[in-house]
Write a protein that binds this ligand. Structure first.
Ligand code: UDP
Length: 407
């Protein structure tokens, strides 16, 4: 269902809605286009599918173009993605050629006639080289750039320096060797999306039945891909410690991309380690991709865990806080931007399993404490991490780039 900005009034208040319309009023007849490489799957596509209709709703002409590429192209850009986050890469001429050729082909049949162009992530980054540039272009990078492979970074920089500005998700991702203006947009969630909107008890019940989840004991939940950096084995270790004190269940939910062999390997390890608990029905592993189910799990959880060893922003934390739940999480990546320890949740060293277990036990034995942390956490999300804030960020950016630059 498409939403209008006004639909958010009960969530963010009238003043925010009025400020959005006021900003948009400076931009009527102006246009913006977002370019990324997928309609579906992943946080970027999810965010664009909420954002772009809202931009149009307030009178901006906002378009969305998707870069087309072959499986080989996406294999290469997946390697680029990993290598921007520190993995080594063999940056061959072949890889560079296919990367550029795909972008050049796309440019040859994709017209861009907008006042502002936003290019998301590395896949369409070189497009800028293949256009006669007559408007500001911004590169919105959602990837952790703190430790990139240097060869790849130097190669990509040739394109990045053509842009007016770069947007990253965290102060840590700003690059000191990049003489282009860099700004930060924190990621957001859409409170009206299937993953976050209020849901009825009958929706909750039907999902619990379908996924065979009993609710006779308190439930701990971690929603995360089966990935070594999300440390599901560590979560199991913590669960074992907790259940020595308080009887409870653990649900690990991580949808599985069929082309991710590493995910299945980690899943198998978790399965082996948790075998006896799984047989008892006390540990439940879920690999379905189902946004309403994520919503349900976050709402039935007594405590939400995010025990990442490394994290980008950690949208699962945002989602958990938005459900008013106590979140016990690692002090890594963007998580400390969202949780103030002891005020809106608990932060721990990711290797401090005893610390995690103690906080969880404390919350299980004192639900009122958890409810209070959750109430406060939800207000932080309301103020800083909802889609309406991102809409304001983009309207301000358009205003600055188009109106103030005399475009
Ligand atoms: N997610 C989901 N189903 C799952 C596991 C994760 O829909 O089984 C979603 C989750 O709700 C969140 C996103 O995937 O919106 C993960 O974002 P996050 O920033 O937490 O971690 P990432 O996977 O990007 O490292």
């Amino acid at each position: 269902m498409r939403h209008s900005v006004v639909d958010y009034v009960d969530i963010v208040g009238e003043e925010v809605i009025v400020s959005i319309y006021k900003l948009a009023g400076r931009l009527y007849n102006r246009s913006i286009v977002h370019i990324n490489s997928t309609y579906y799957g992943g946080g970027v596509a999810e965010m664009l599918s909420s954002l772009i209709p809202l931009l149009n709703d307030v009178g901006i002409s906002a378009g969305w173009r998707i870069l087309k590429g072959s499986p080989d192209f996406f294999e290469i850009t997946k390697k680029f993605h990993n290598s921007l986050q520190g993995d080594p890469i063999n940056l061959s001429e072949n890889k560079k050629r296919l990367y550029l050729q795909t972008n050049e082909d796309f440019a040859s049949y994709t017209h861009i006639d907008h006042d502002l162009v936003i290019v998301h992530d590395p896949q369409p980054l070189p497009l800028i080289k293949f256009y006669h540039k007559k408007e500001p272009w911004i590169w919105r990078c959602h990837v952790d750039l703190s430790n990139p492979d240097q060869d790849l970074w130097n190669f990509l920089k040739r394109f990045i320096i053509r842009y007016e500005s770069v947007i990253v998700s965290s102060e840590d991702y700003k690059k000191s060797d990049l003489p282009v203006e860099q700004r930060i947009f924190f990621p957001v969630i859409d409170p009206l999306s299937p993953k976050n909107r209020d849901i009825s008890q009958s929706t909750i019940d039907s999902h619990l039945r379908k996924f065979k989840i009993p609710t006779d004991k308190p439930i701990l939940v971690q929603i995360s891909r089966f990935d070594k950096w999300k440390d599901p084995l560590g979560v199991l270790d913590i669960y074992e410690k907790v259940r020595q004190e308080v009887d409870c269940r653990l649900i690990l939910c991580g949808s599985m991309a069929s082309d991710d062999p590493e995910g299945w390997q980690i899943y198998q390890k978790v399965l082996n380690k948790a075998k006896s608990y799984i047989e008892q029905g006390d540990v439940i592993l879920i690999t379905a991709e189902n946004h309403v189910l994520v919503n349900v799990l976050q709402r039935i959880a007594a405590v939400i865990i995010q025990k990442s060893l490394k994290e980008g922003f950690g949208l699962t934390v945002t989602e958990g806080l938005w459900k008013g739940k106590p979140v016990v999480a690692s002090r890594v990546g963007g998580i400390p931007l969202q949780i103030e320890d002891g005020q809106t949740g608990y932060l721990l060293d990711p290797y401090d399993h005893d610390g995690f277990a103690n906080r969880i036990i404390q919350l299980l034995t004192n639900p009122e404490l958890g409810a209070e942390l959750g109430r406060r956490g939800k207000e932080v999300v309301r103020e800083k991490f909802l889609i309406t804030r991102l809409l304001i960020d983009y309207l301000n950016l358009m205003d600055e780039m188009i109106n103030r630059c005399g475009g």
